[in-house]
Design a protein around this ligand. Sequence first.
Ligand SMILES: [Zn+2]
Length: 316
Amino acid sequence: MKLCEQIDALIERQLRDWTLVRDNYAALEHLAMRSVSLAHSEVILQHNPERRRSSAARVDAASLAARQCFLCREHQPAEQEAVEWGGAYKIQVNPYPIFPAHLTIASLTHEPQRLLPRRIDQMLQLSEELPDWVLFYNGPRCGASAPDHMHFQAGCKGFMPLCDDVLDPTLWPEDEHIEAASDGFIGFTQKLDRPLFFIRCESKPLASFYMARLQMAMMLATGSTDEPMQNVLCWSDGDYYNVVVFPRAKHRPDCYGQGEGQLLLSPASVDMGGVWTVASKRDYDTLTAEQIQSLYDEVCADNATIVRIIDFFHQT
Ligand SMILES: [Zn+2]
């Protein structure tokens, strides 16, 4: 059976047999959503109280050491099934969804969240085998709620507005590509209200090559010896592999919190992709386009850093 068929069957079984999953996916259908217009793009707010556990997750070393890892098999509920892939990952239904269909794709072993070169290739391969899904990756300091256990996630296509917005060809005139070949390009744009790199290639090796060089350039530009701060979306459509990389500057905005004047928002890939999951009713009711724009501005890399990244990309 093809991987996408195994996943469809997994979802069907988990919805049938696991009450928590059935209840949480049913609840998702009734969540309040509203659209907010930024200067050049639309974002959607989703009031999702269940995501408080993720938005408010403590991800410092001491808190991680003190908790049981929810991606390790021995701490998962008996009802939680998995489809293994590539001898390296288990694909599972996320019991606390944002998307109408939401997967967690976790390493079979407990090892740190890092987008190593082989994992870039695995992500591209998975995008090909899961053509109805958008894969995403949250850096360990950019929204991952389990930075100690390597995992991707995937959401059904058609949910994050950015995945359609970014395909607008007028954003990518040939003379503005960072680099291009006959079978793909890498470019950069600010025109969707947050900075992003976009790789669109017919060739998987070329997409992987651009992505590996971008990782190196981001590390050099930020003086980081560790992985660059980033959120990544990856999907395939027809003959193309698509990868969007949001370069980040901050894990959480300065206004992060649950007190007066604070916002309980911890932006990660899905928020970057244009769906803000808002745990607090007060935040959901009051968030403005100006606030969302300033959150993007605050947590994403600034212009000077972007210029350095592109310079280093050309040198790698
Ligand atoms: Zn673990």
